[in-house]
Write a protein that binds this ligand. Structure first.
Ligand SMILES: [Zn+2]
Length: 86
């Protein structure tokens, strides 16, 4: 199965960032918007996923990758907070 690995990373990292950042609104619409903006901004990383291997790969990623991902998510959070769709 082909999967955008960034989707998995964002799903994993976003809840922590939201907790730290204290979103003005954390409804489904805003969360989905943040995910969409983040995934559009970051370069997709397609992988072939097999059961079990997908998640363990997270820990192997380097700091630069993690920093870029966090920055991408923070940019998206800012955008959505400044301009919520509802
Ligand atoms: Zn909202």
């Amino acid at each position: 199965m082909l999967k955008n690995y960034m989707e998995i990373v964002v799903e994993d990292v976003l809840p922590d960032l939201i907790k730290e950042h204290k979103l003005k609104c954390d409804c489904q619409i805003c969360i989905e918007d943040i995910k969409a903006i983040t995934l559009n901004n970051l370069k997709p990383m397609y992988i072939v996923s097999h059961k079990g291997i997908v998640y363990s790969k997270l820990n192997e990623l380097n700091n630069q990758f993690n920093a870029d991902t966090v920055r991408g998510i923070m940019d998206a959070i800012k955008k959505v907070e400044e301009n919520p769709r509802h």
